[in-house]
Write a protein that binds this ligand. Structure first.
Ligand code: PMV
Length: 327
């Protein structure tokens, strides 16, 4: 029987198709090489002890009874709900110690909640020797995320599990790994933390007020995603840049871009990027650009000059990984 397991899951960046993917359309997401580590240990006490320094949680102790009730402090809602659902699903209840450690700041919008959810469920399945396919892991992770924040397509969970670059349809209805090598990705952080559920709600309100127009926008985004899928496989970065620009125009039409995002995006384009757009829900977080090698430095400088912070990440990163096990 294992006493201790450590797993790690990558963060993600949305390349194309955000928001429309909440409404059944496809998107393209890439895993990034900034990882969330989750260490799970069995203990003989009837409590769960959590250390999650990236969200300021130190030696938090909950009884298994409180865990079952699901009243978690907001900092550990995803982690706690994941443990609760795992125990419930597999009729288990044991004392646990869970530690998390993240390579990246939650503010960047790289998907720390989804990486924690996937990491905890995978660590527990290893610890208790419960066999779970990746699809089962995805389904339980998705259930957990919907329980906590009630909206979301699950694209971030898929990236945390499978890694690489994925063509993904809402709820994992379709999932195709894309051979997208050497993406010339530049990432700029706005310095503003975005609240994804609020932005999803904003789009929902617009959709309810103008269903036909917003449907047409979602349809156009889906067309872009399908074209981008082909262009990614062919390594056609110029075409991908144009598609990013069109996608950004549609996201602006949905009202989710901000002045800061737009200024970083325009700066990147002016400095010679193939194209640029926001990544994720909008409202802040990060913008992304594809830039030719010879313009990369200029693009990075332009983003910085416009008030952004360039974040060095590699796309197409490895998915979920069991780091270490001790018997
Ligand atoms: O803000 P992020 O990086 O979590 O991305 C949200 C993307 C949405 O399409 C708006 C929501 C979703 O779950 O797909």
């Amino acid at each position: 029987m294992k006493e201790r397991v450590e797993v790690s899951a990558p963060g993600k960046l949305m390349l194309f198709g955000e928001h429309a993917v909440v409404y059944g359309r496809p998107c393209i997401v890439t895993a990034v090489d900034q990882r969330m580590m989750v260490l799970a240990e069995r203990t003989s006490e009837e409590v769960m002890e959590v250390n999650a320094p990236e969200v300021g949680v130190k030696n938090l102790v909950m009884t298994l009874n409180d865990l079952k009730k699901g009243n978690f402090p907001s900092e550990i809602r995803f982690l706690g709900t994941a443990v609760k659902n795992f125990f419930k699903n597999y009729h288990l209840a044991f004392g646990l110690k869970i530690k998390t450690r993240s390579d990246f700041l939650a503010e960047f919008g790289f998907g720390s909640s989804s990486a924690v959810t996937v990491g905890v469920l995978k660590a527990l399945s290893e610890l208790f020797e419960v066999k779970m396919t990746n699809k089962e892991l995805f389904d339980l992770s998705y259930k957990t995320v919907l329980e906590v924040q009630s909206v979301g397509s699950g694209f971030d969970l898929a990236a945390a599990i499978w890694g690489g670059t994925l063509y993904f349809v809402t709820g994992g209805k379709k999932l195709v790994r894309l051979e997208a090598k050497d993406l010339p990705l530049v990432v700029g952080y706005t310095g503003v933390k975005a609240d994804t559920p609020t932005l999803v709600k904003k789009v929902k309100n617009l959709y309810q007020a103008h269903p036909k127009s917003v449907e047409a926008i979602f349809g156009a985004i889906a067309t872009i995603v399908k074209e981008a899928r082909q262009a990614l496989i062919g390594g056609e970065f110029k075409r991908l840049g144009m598609l990013m620009n069109i996608n950004q125009g549609l996201l602006e039409a949905l009202g989710v871009s901000t002045e800061k995002l737009s200024s970083l995006i325009l700066a990147a384009r002016r400095a010679g990027a193939y194209g640029a757009k926001l990544s994720g829900a909008g409202g802040g977080d990060c913008m992304i650009a594809f830039a030719p090698k010879e313009a990369r430095l200029e693009v990075e400088k332009a983003i910085q000059k416009a008030g952004g912070k360039v974040i060095k990440v590699q796309p197409n990163a490895l998915g979920l990984k069991v780091e270490e096990e001790e018997k």
